[in-house]
Design a protein around this ligand. Structure first.
Ligand code: F6P
Length: 323
């Protein structure tokens, strides 16, 4: 049956969002449906920024970072009034279902829209990888590789000067990126939002490494950890004499978000984008499309919105074992 659907990207952009848009548009068109792109996330939904998409409109974007549709954080959408305007705009164009590509906040917004009666399907996309209902999100693999490239480079200069580097990676509430970047980058210590940090222990590890003749030390800190780059720098200043190493810090920040998606993110985004359209074809709404046991899976919003994704403690233990 012919349908009319819309797709938007919301929240922090993530490498691979374009590949997901492409998959939604092309799968939708192949089903014979009309597909609209909404500009600038929920803000565009409220302001009525819709464009009919053709297959050519999503040509040449598979390998591009960011999102061609634009994204925004939209406080107005958290209100019933804002969402009512959004639904009115969708209905005016005869749009029957909406695909929301984004992270936790975006999916929580989509859930609210769904509870107001509008058919919604979410696609898991954020560099934080903090969504329950999927093992992996679109964007995190590329962000991790960007962080890793920076870590490897910092290790080179750290070794030349016998310095310790604190490298802060993104992740306000979720330490996945810090943990995996720290493990893959061979960090001496990792700080995470999920664990309490003992800065004394880190200082001790550094002074021991220095005493053993190591010519560098790396600490990967999540931005949301109790000891992020600023807090650790402050602590180390007071304990400068016992560290051995002199300390520098680098905050990677949004650099991690702007990369061209790697193969893993392009493939994941293609699978999940297509999975979202298939869910709409089945009229299965109010679900997040993610990957579980390597299978595209639809998890009901009720089972994942507001849930905290648990840290992989085994991975953390492995990182500690190898530091
Ligand atoms: O949600 C993704 C994320 O990149 C977080 O890791 C980070 O804390 C936040 O977005 C930054 O948000 P903004 O781009 O609005 O500054």
């Amino acid at each position: 049956m012919k349908k009319s659907i819309a797709v938007l990207t919301s929240g922090g952009d993530a490498p691979g969002m374009n590949a997901a848009i492409r998959a939604v548009v092309r799968t939708g068109l192949k089903n014979g449906w009309d597909v609209y792109g909404v500009r600038n996330g929920y803000r565009g939904l409220i302001n009525g920024q819709f464009d009919r998409m053709s297959s050519r409109d999503v040509g040449g974007i598979l390998q591009r970072g960011g999102t061609i549709l634009g994204s925004a954080r939209c406080p107005e959408f958290t209100t019933v009034e804002g969402r009512t305007v959004a639904i009115r705009n969708l209905n005016r164009l005869g749009i029957e279902a909406l695909v929301v590509i984004g992270g936790n906040g975006s999916q929580a917004g989509a859930h609210e829209l769904y509870k107001m009666g509008f058919p919604v399907v979410g696609v898991a996309s954020t560099i934080d990888n903090d969504l329950a209902g999927t093992e992996i999100t679109i964007g995190v693999d590329t962000a991790l590789n960007i962080a890793l490239e920076a870590i490897d480079r910092l290790k080179v200069t750290a070794s030349s000067h016998q310095r310790a580097f604190i490298i802060e990676v993104m992740g306000r509430k979720c330490g996945y990126l810090a943990l995996t970047a720290g493990l893959a980058g061979g960090a001496e210590a990792i700080t995470l939002p999920e664990h309490e940090t003992d800065p004394e222990e880190i200082a001790e590890a550094l002074s021991l490494a220095y005493a053993h003749g190591k010519n560098h030390a790396l600490i990967v800190a999540a931005e949301g950890a109790d000891y992020n780059a600023a807090k650790l720098t402050e602590f180390f200043k007071e304990h400068r004499d016992r560290l051995g190493f002199s300390v520098r810090s680098t905050i990677l920040g949004h650099v991690q978000r702007g990369g061209e998606p790697g193969a893993a993110d392009r493939i994941l985004a293609s699978k999940l984008g297509c999975g979202a359209v298939q869910a709409i074809a089945r009229e299965e709404y109010g679900v997040l499309i993610g990957l579980i046991n390597n299978k595209v899976t639809a998890t009901p919003y009720d089972d994942m919105v507001g849930k905290v994704k648990e840290l992989d403690e085994e991975l953390f233990e492995l990182a500690r074992l190898l530091d």
